[in-house]
Design a protein around this ligand. Structure first.
Ligand SMILES: Nc1ncnc2c1ncn2[C@@H]1O[C@H](COP(=O)(O)OP(=O)(O)OP(=O)(O)O)[C@@H](O)[C@H]1O
Length: 191
């Protein structure tokens, strides 16, 4: 797998006229998981967008190595297409080798993406990330809407990705059942 890593240094985030957090630093290397934790509204999604390069930090820097795949509340799949065609669209662009992760989508491939349930949409989003071939995964609330079974499968896929040399940043208000996760508690950086 391609080399990957991320170093966030002294990040501050401003939304509207409020500073959500400041002085936040952490780093992530190959094989590691970072859990961005904190209550609703603390700024987890904003931080994920900063780390992805989609939102400019109010202060601080982010240095990234390697390609990244982002999954957030916007499903990056065409809602009008059957799931199989929607996933194939990205497969042609990514040209990544087929991945092993199985998110139980085989029976849903003919279903238009817009008809998928909340948990099915989340599984499709994770399948899209896993199939991207990107070593660095940024996942915003990846377990929301998943039942216990699929939550375990999703976390197993995250672990397998790290074991294969990838790295994952997870923003979630939920506890994770992954070993050796570095937790960044956003409340600690609230002004
Ligand atoms: N474009 C924006 N302009 C102004 N304020 C915003 C904007 N986007 C988000 N916010 C505010 O920033 C704060 C943090 O939002 P964010 O979605 O990053 O939090 P979160 O920790 O991910 O929350 P949740 O757990 O509920 O998903 C919220 O108070 C939100 O209203």
């Amino acid at each position: 797998m391609q080399e990957c890593g991320l170093v966030a240094t002294d990040i501050a985030c401003r939304r509207g006229d409020r500073i959500l957090f400041r002085g936040l630093s952490f780093d992530l290397s190959e094989g590691e998981v970072v859990h961005l934790a904190g209550p609703n509204g603390i700024g987890k999604s904003s931080l994920i967008r900063i780390l992805a390069g989609l939102l400019r930090p109010f202060a601080g820097t982010v240095e990234r190595t390697g390609g990244l795949a982002l999954s957030d509340e916007r499903l990056a799949l065409d809602g009008h297409e059957p799931l199989e065609r929607a996933l194939a669209f990205w497969r042609r662009i990514d040209r990544a080798p087929q991945v092993e992760a199985d998110f139980g989508l085989a029976d849903l491939l003919d279903v238009p993406v817009r008809y998928l349930s909340t948990g099915q949409r989340k599984r499709a989003a994770l399948a899209r990330v896993a199939a991207s071939g990107a070593p660095l995964w940024l996942l915003d609330e990846p377990l929301n809407g998943l039942d216990t079974h699929w939550s375990c499968i999703a976390q197993a896929a995250i672990k397998a990705h790290c074991n294969a040399g990838g790295a994952v940043i997870i923003a979630s208000h939920q506890p994770l059942s992954l070993d050796a996760v570095k937790v960044v508690e956003l409340l600690d950086f609230k002004p």
